[in-house]
Design a protein around this ligand. Sequence first.
Ligand SMILES: [Zn+2]
Length: 81
Amino acid sequence: MSTNTIRKAKKLVETGGVVKIEDDLFQIKSSSDPNTSYFVTSDTCECLGFKNFYKFHHGKGLKANCSHLEAIRIFKKENRS
Ligand SMILES: [Zn+2]
């Protein structure tokens, strides 16, 4: 995974761009457009990057990732009690 993805994910968490809606449902702001947000679970995301991943890497057995999925991972780690 690129460090850029992690950097973006950390920024999203730090700036309050991650909102927990349910146990496995989060609303996350787009890092490029503050007026847009995506509904994200721990393994799916609505964003274009996530969708394109499967388009470009179809059938390689890779798991898609994007800054939003990574943001959830960081968010969960920081909010574990
Ligand atoms: Zn995403």
